[in-house]
Design a binder for this molecule. Structure first.
Ligand SMILES: Nc1ncnc2c1ncn2[C@@H]1O[C@H](COP(=O)(O)OP(=O)(O)OP(=O)(O)O)[C@@H](O)[C@H]1O
Ligand SMILES: [Mg+2]
Length: 453
C-alpha cells in the first residue's frame, strides 16, 4: 500500500502496464460519428461476458479491476444495481473499497451511502446525470449469502474469488440478469482442482470470458527490491502459486526443505535467546503437545523443548487438570532454579477452551487464543525453513518426526482444497500457532534479509 502515492484526495498511478491497460479497456465498444464512420475502434473483447485476472500476489490486479468495473458500470448503465464481493465485507472494504473510493473521487465521481437501507454496505455512485447503486457482499458472511437472493444486477465484481464458496458465486452470477451484464473476477491461483479453475479458467470459451494472467512484473509500481522481497517470502508450492502464478497441486511432504543440519545439540557459540513463546496443541484422544520456541540473537527460530503426550497410544488418558499440572511442571523444568521459564505468550489451540480455563485456574497468565489459519501458518513456516532460519534441539524427537511426516492430503486436493493430513500434525500445529502469533517478527527478519541480499 505504501506504493500508492496518496494525494490529498485520490491517488496517483504510475503508467499502467500493458495488462492493466487491457483490464481498463476490455469492455469499450467502438464509437461512430453521425455518418457512421468509425471514431474509436473499441476493444476486440467488448462482447465478452466475463473477465478473469489471475496470477501473482501484489501484481496489480485488484486496483485496476475495481476501477475499471465502476468506470464500465457508469458508462454503460444508469440506475442499475451492481454487486462487489470480497471474502468478507470487512476485507473488501479494507483491501478494495478504501482505495477505489479515492480513485473515483479523484476522477470526479461522488459517492454517498444509500439512505433508505439498514445496511452500511450500499453506495450510490454518481457523476453528471448518471447514478448507479453498488452493494458490497462477503462470500463468507452468511448474511450476505441471503441478501444476494432477491437482488438483480447488471454486473458483479469478485475480488479474491477463490476464497469464496462456489455456491455464493453461483448465486451472484444468477442475479446478473440485466442485458449486457458482465462478470469480473480476480484471484491468486489455488490447486488445479479448485472449482474456479475447473469451471471458469478451464472453460473460457463456454463462459465467453477472457483471462489475463498477471506476474509481479505487471505491476509497474513495484521496485526491483520489492519484487525480490516478495520472491523471498514464498517457497515451494506457495512460490509457484503466488510468485509464478501457477495452479499447482499441493502434494507430498509439506516441509520438504526440512533437513538434518537444522537439528542441533546446543546453541551455536555467541547466540542468545532473545524471546520465548509457547505453542500448545491440546487433544484428549489425540496427542497434547507443548513447544518452547525462541528467537535467537542470530534471528533464527529455535524449537527448544517439547512436551508430547500421545493420548491414545500411551493408554493413560490424562484429564485437563492433569495436563495443566504437567504444563506447570514443564515450565519449571525449562526454567532456572525452580523458577518457571520466562516467556512472552502461550498460544493455544483455539478449540481448547476448557484447557485454557484450566491453565488460568492454575495461575498461568499471558495466554492467547491462537490464530488457526492453516495455510497462512504453513506458508510462513515454509519460508522460515527455506530461508534457513529454523533450528531444533535433538531432544524434540516427536517434533522432528512430524516435520517429515506432515503431508498434504491427496483426498482434499481432489476436491480442490489444500489441507494437511490430520495425523502426526500436533507439534506442527503448535509451531504454527506460535509463528502465526509472532508473524511480524519473522516477516521483518525475512524482509531485512532480502534487502541485504
Ligand atoms: N499502475 C499503478 N500505479 C501505482 N500503484 C499501483 C499500480 N498498479 C498497482 N499499484 C499498487 O500496487 C499494489 C498491489 O496492487 P493490487 O492490490 O492491485 O495487486 P493484486 O494483484 O490484487 O495483489 P493480491 O494478489 O496480493 O491481491 C497496490 O498498492 C496498488 O495500489
Ligand atoms: Mg488483490
Amino acid at each position: 500500500m505504501a506504493h500508492m502515492a496518496l494525494r490529498k484526495k485520490g491517488f496517483k498511478f504510475v503508467t499502467f502496464s500493458i495488462k492493466q491497460k487491457k483490464i481498463l479497456t476490455w469492455w469499450t465498444k467502438p464509437t461512430y460519428d453521425s455518418k457512421g464512420n468509425i471514431l474509436t475502434k473499441g476493444s476486440p473483447h467488448h462482447e465478452k461476458d466475463a473477465i478473469i485476472a489471475d496470477g501473482a500476489v501484489r501484481s496489480g490486479k485488484t486496483v485496476i479491476m475495481s476501477l475499471s468495473f465502476v468506470l464500465w458500470a457508469m458508462s454503460e448503465y444508469n440506475g442499475s444495481n451492481f454487486g462487489m464481493a470480497g471474502k468478507t465485507i470487512g476485507s473488501f472494504k479494507r483491501n478494495v473499497w478504501f482505495w477505489l473510493k479515492l480513485m473515483l473521487i479523484g476522477r470526479g465521481y461522488s459517492i454517498r451511502k444509500m439512505p433508505d437501507l439498514d445496511s452500511n454496505h450500499a453506495y450510490i455512485i454518481s457523476k453528471g446525470d448518471v447514478e448507479n447503486y453498488f452493494y458490497i457482499f462477503g462470500g463468507k458472511d452468511e448474511k450476505s449469502q441471503d441478501l444476494v437472493q432477491g437482488f438483480t444486477a447488471a454486473g458483479f465484481f469478485f475480488d479474491e474469488v477463490t476464497l469464496m464458496p462456489q455456491s455464493f458465486v453461483n448465486q451472484c452470477v444468477a442475479r446478473c440478469s440485466e442485458e449486457g451484464s458482465k462478470l469480473w473476477f480476480n484471484c491468486n491461483p489455488d490447486g488445479p482442482f479448485h472449482w474456479f479453475k475447473l469451471e471458469w479458467i478451464d472453460c473460457l470459451k463456454e463462459k465467453n470470458a477472457i483471462r489475463i494472467h498477471f506476474m509481479l512484473e505487471d505491476n509497474p509500481s513495484l521496485s526491483e527490491k520489492k519484487i525480490a522481497q516478495y520472491k523471498r517470502s514464498f517457497r515451494g508450492i506457495f512460490y509457484e502459486r503466488f510468485i509464478l502464478g501457477l495452479w499447482v497441486i499441493a502434494e507430498g511432504v509439506i516441509y520438504s526443505m526440512f533437513g538434518n543440519h537444522m537439528v542441533i545439540d546446543k546453541l551455536p557459540p555467541g547466540v542468545r535467546i532473545l524471546k520465548k513463546w509457547i505453542g500448545v496443541d491440546y487433544g484428549q484422544s489425540n496427542a497434547t503437545v507443548f513447544l518452547l520456541i525462541g528467537q535467537g540473537s542470530d534471528d533464527k527460530l529455535y524449537i527448544m523443548d517439547e512436551y508430547y503426550h500421545e493420548g491414545r497410544s500411551e493408554q493413560i488418558q490424562k484429564s485437563p487438570s492433569k495436563y495443566a499440572k504437567d504444563f506447570k511442571k514443564w515450565l519449571i523444568e525449562n526454567g532456572v532454579d525452580g523458577i518457571p521459564v520466562r516467556h512472552e505468550y502461550t498460544f493455544i489451540d483455539p478449540s481448547a477452551k476448557g484447557f485454557m480455563l484450566q491453565l488460568h485456574e492454575e495461575g498461568i497468565r499471558q495466554i492467547r487464543q491462537a490464530d488457526n489459519e492453516v495455510l497462512k501458518g504453513i506458508e510462513l513456516v515454509s519460508s522460515i525453513i527455506d530461508n534457513d532460519m529454523l533450528r531444533i534441539f535433538r531432544k524434540c524427537k516427536n517434533t522432528i518426526k512430524e516435520f517429515s511426516a506432515y503431508r498434504w492430503d491427496p483426498k482434499a486436493q481432489e476436491k480442490g482444497e489444500d489441507k494437511p493430513i490430520k495425523q502426526f500434525d500436533h507439534a506442527m500445529d503448535a509451531l504454527r500457532y506460535v509463528v502465526n502469533g509472532t508473524r511480524m517478527t519473522w516477516q521483518r527478519i525475512i524482509a531485512a534479509m532480502s534487502n541485504a541480499a
